[in-house]
Design a protein around this ligand. Sequence first.
Ligand SMILES: Nc1nc2c(c(=O)[nH]1)N[C@@H](CN(C=O)c1ccc(C(=O)N[C@@H](CCC(=O)O)C(=O)O)cc1)CN2
Length: 299
Amino acid sequence: MAATIIDGKAFAATVRGQVAEHVAALKAGHGIVPGLAVVLVGEDPASQVYVRNKGKQTAEAGMASFEHKLDAATPEAELLALVARLNADPAVHGILVQLPLPAHIDAAKVINAIDPAKDVDGFHISNVGLLATGQKALVPCTPLGCLMMLRDHHGSLAGMEAVVVGRSNIVGKPMAQLLLGDSCTVTVAHSRTADLGAVCRRADILVAAVGRPEMIRGDWVKPGATVIDVGINRVAHPDDPGKSRLVGDCHFDSCAEVAGAITPVPGGVGPMTIACLLANTLTACCRAHGLPEPQGLTA
Ligand SMILES: Nc1nc2c(c(=O)[nH]1)N[C@@H](CN(C=O)c1ccc(C(=O)N[C@@H](CCC(=O)O)C(=O)O)cc1)CN2
């Protein structure tokens, strides 16, 4: 294996430490405690784990954590009423509705009901538009985490050729906007791109967010490229089909033989998602109170 492993778990701990320092200063200097409200509808096991971790890490950073767990059959109107209450609550600076939502709820309607200034997921159409037009926005946490890791590894990204594989609203599209903002030359590819391998081989920075286990293999990677694997896919264990294991969208061993640097799964992009959620909550709090934003924790 030739590649440097980009340790997202360690980097996320550093980011959380920086957030905690800012939070302590806000408390000491201004008596302000940033607050994050997380809303979970239903009992999806993975979502329950993510929401529990969000609450724990929010409290560890010194922020106030408000958890709202609703029954899977909660009517959409009830969820919208909760969002309206959180929008009006001055102790809440960030609101996150855990996805996916049950099928009877219109996720876009709920997301767009969140006050954009409290939309720490960066999914509200106002934040999407602000990011797309290069204005100050709240930025989706997973692509923000990828950008932080890339800046940390490379310094400047200007002039680099970036290929993002995946076109989701949560990762692919905002990732492309962020890389453009850092002056990369950006291609957005996807599962139906013609000769996807040849497109990927152009990339100095290859971001895989296509949701297909181990689809990208080493012969699609340009020698020395930086590979950011956003995929989190649970697959059967090869030695014991009764057990499962997590793999990314990249075939780690073959990609690591060719890449210059690569994020592992688990322990790469995933932990950065929650660290950036804390960073966004801090940013939203500072903006709400007209205070300077933390440096290095925003796009
Ligand atoms: N409202 C939102 N919903 C969802 C988001 C989001 O950003 N906002 N993202 C994902 C889930 N997610 C956070 O919510 C998330 C996913 C994965 C991880 C993580 O740390 N993964 C670990 C592995 C965890 C495991 O063992 O299963 C890793 O990659 O190392 C954190 C957060 C969908 N919903």
